[in-house]
Design a protein around this ligand. Structure first.
Ligand code: NAD
Length: 426
């Protein structure tokens, strides 16, 4: 099939490459001309493990092209996928401007039958609105189908997740559109959940809200465990082994960040209120997460006897390991707190960058730790988990190590004379 992918970001590019691998001809369209030029030169605009080789192979086989011109990209594509960004507006609502910009161009450009698949995460009701908009622009609903097909991939394992999804959620209004989606994904083994477009959009928001809830739940438990001298890891194991609960997303730490969970929880709250439903749980989930960096700032204050004038090293800026994405990273939220309290900060991350001018940058983890009163591990990168703690102790001025992800082994730090501080780890 000929596929036009609108938006060549983490989702668009990962999906496009796997579709090319399945034998489709994919043209990726992106309004960011610099991104397109980079992709044409064979360079990826972001880091995603394994993706560069796949893109190179797809291009060698002539299955993948890039353009900034949607008209050219559409050509005779029978499938048009939208994977543009849907960030949060300042008030937390979903910013659909990129979606509507693309849909508007589609409305004026599309001149052949096609299935338009919305991959971007959008508020419930959006795909139906798009369908009505295209119909009002003169497109026959039996020729131009609109499908909600939310994406669940995780940055850092986007390729594997796209090849082997847990499920494919499809919101359709016609059997024909469903047949197109099945033909597109032929070769991918996964159960289908077929529902209405609004149902599919709701599934995506509900999934992310549930994951965020698990994280905030375990973080609240960790706060209580701290007060009782109980180890949160034991509690997480004890409840996680219950098959009704499951072990995933039960690691206490700095909380969730990234380009999905925070904005999707916020957007769902707005979607609920738009229909007169006042959500009770979701604002609490947000509140735990927003205050989690404060918990760590307080722990640091206690351990150092105050924060003003202290020098803190931060290991990890990315919102999670194996990505260069620092959008809504909790590491940055903690840095804000520390700078406001009068600390100086030097940071290191293998891939992500912090552009704040008041944060010094280090070439490696040990340079970052040099002369620091305290070190905070904010992202669970493998190299931090297996750091040379003897070397860390030797270069630091102080001895406090705060484990912002409960990912270190306290004993191995303590054996080098370091003072370990975690959450829910007495
Ligand atoms: N990143 C994830 O892990 C993830 C996972 C699941 C779902 N999602 C959802 O998928 C969507 C895309 O996320 P992402 O992380 O890939 O975003 P991204 O910011 O990495 O990429 C979006 C791309 O769309 C381009 N774009 C914006 N407007 C455009 C237009 N009118 N025409 C063509 N291109 C345009 C941007 O230049 C950018 O390259 C979002 O709705 C997000 O919530 C993301």
């Amino acid at each position: 099939m000929k596929v036009c992918m609108i938006g060549a970001g983490y989702v668009g590019l990962s999906t496009a490459t796997v579709l090319a691998e399945l034998g489709h001809d994919v043209t990726c369209v992106d309004t960011d001309t610099e991104k397109v030029a980079q992709l044409e030169r064979g360079r990826l605009p972001f880091y995603e493990p394994g993706l560069d080789e796949l893109v190179a192979r797809a291009r060698e086989q002539g299955r993948m092209a890039f353009t900034a011109d949607l008209r050219g990209g559409l050509d005779d594509a029978s499938v048009v996928m939208l994977a543009v960004g849907t960030p949060a507006l300042p008030d937390g609502r979903c910013d659909l401007s990129s979606v509507w910009q693309a849909v508007d161009t589609l409305a004026h450009t599309l001149s052949h039958p096609a299935t338009v698949i919305i991959k971007s995460t959008v508020p419930p009701g959006t795909a139906d609105r798009i369908r009505r908009y295209l119909a009002e622009a003169g497109h026959d609903e039996n020729a131009v189908h609109v499908v909600a097909n939310p994406e669940f991939l995780r940055e850092g394992s986007a390729v594997t997740d796209t090849r082997h999804p847990d499920r494919i959620v499809v919101g359709v209004t016609s059997r024909e559109a469903l047949a197109h989606v099945r033909a597109l994904y032929r070769g991918i083994e996964a159960p289908y959940v077929v529902t209405s477009p609004t149902g599919a959009e709701m599934i995506k928001y509900a999934a992310n809200a549930f994951l965020a809830t698990k994280i905030s739940f375990i973080n609240e438990m960790a706060r209580i465990c701290d007060a009782y001298g109980v180890t949160i890891d034991d509690v997480a194991e004890g409840i996680g082994l219950d098959s009704r609960i499951g072990r995933a997303f039960l690691r206490a730490g700095l909380g969730y960040g990234g380009s999905c969970l925070p904005k999707d929880v916020a957007a769902l709250i707005h979607a609920a209120r738009d229909k007169g439903v006042e959500p009770l749980l979701l604002p609490a989930v947000q509140q735990v997460n927003v205050t989690q960096p404060d918990v760590y700032a307080d722990k640091l204050r206690d351990a150092l006897g105050g924060l003003a004038g202290k020098h803190v090293a931060i290991w990890g800026i990315a919102f999670k390991p194996d990505t260069d994405d620092a959008r809504a990273s909790q590491a940055l939220a903690l840095i804000d707190r520390l700078l406001a309290a009068g600390c100086t900060v030097r940071a290191y991350d293998p891939l992500a960058r912090c552009t704040r001018p008041d944060v010094a940058w280090a070439a490696d983890p040990y340079q970052a730790a040099g002369n620091a009163d305290a070190l905070v591990v904010a992202t669970e990168w493998e190299i931090f988990r297996h750091a040379d703690w003897g070397r860390v102790k030797a270069v630091m001025r102080g001895n406090v190590v705060v484990d912002g992800r409960n990912c270190l082994t306290p004993e191995s730090l303590q054996s080098h004379g370091l003072r370990y501080v975690g959450v829910g780890r007495p």
